[in-house]
Design a protein around this ligand. Structure first.
Ligand SMILES: [Ca+2]
Ligand SMILES: [Ca+2]
Length: 154
C-alpha cells in the first residue's frame, strides 16, 4: 500500500474487489478495535480486543475446572485438571483399603462401572499379572491404567 493512497481511495478500491457486505463487516470490526477512533489500530487496542475474547473463553474453562463452583480452583481441582488420571487413581486407592496397590477383579469392575468404562472381567484378567493367596486374579494401579488407556480412555 503506497502512502499517497487516502483512506477513502483504499475503501473505494476494496468495495470493488470484495463481495458485497464483506467490506462493511471488516470496517465494522476495524472500528470496534479502533477504540479511540483515530483511524488506526495501536498495539493496546489490538491486544485489548483479542484478549477480551480470550478472557471469555478462559473464564468458561475456569468455571468448568471449579468443580464445586465456589469461585476458586483449589489444589485438588487443579490436580484433577492437570492429570486426567488423578480421579481414577484416587478412586482406585479408595477401594484399595489396605493400600497395597492392588485390587480384586470385582473392585476393579466397580470402578469401571462408576467411570462408564466398557471393561469386562475377561479383559481385566488378561491385563493382570498377580494373584492373591487363593489364586484369584488381582490388578495393579498400572495394569488398570493400561487396561483403561488401551480402550481409548484417559
Ligand atoms: Ca486507534
Ligand atoms: Ca472450587
Amino acid at each position: 500500500m503506497s502512502s499517497e493512497n487516502s483512506e477513502s481511495k483504499i475503501l473505494e478500491e476494496a468495495e470493488e474487489l470484495l463481495p458485497p457486505g464483506k467490506l462493511a463487516k471488516i470496517k465494522q470490526e476495524f472500528e470496534l478495535i479502533d477504540r479511540n477512533k483515530d483511524g488506526r489500530i495501536d498495539i493496546d487496542e489490538y491486544l485489548d480486543y483479542l484478549l477480551a475474547s480470550e478472557r471469555a473463553s478462559l473464564a468458561k474453562k475456569f468455571a468448568y475446572l471449579d468443580r464445586n463452583k465456589d469461585g476458586f480452583i483449589d489444589i485438588e481441582e487443579f490436580l484433577i485438571a492437570s492429570d486426567p488420571q488423578y480421579l481414577l487413581l484416587r478412586r482406585f486407592r479408595d477401594f484399595d483399603a489396605n493400600r497395597n496397590g492392588v485390587l480384586s477383579m470385582s473392585e476393579a469392575l466397580k470402578i469401571a462401572e462408576e467411570f462408564n468404562f466398557p471393561i469386562t472381567r475377561d479383559w481385566l484378567e488378561k491385563m493382570s499379572s498377580q494373584t492373591d493367596a487363593n489364586g484369584k486374579k488381582l490388578i495393579t494401579y498400572n495394569e488398570y491404567l493400561g487396561a483403561v488407556s488401551r480402550l481409548g480412555f484417559q
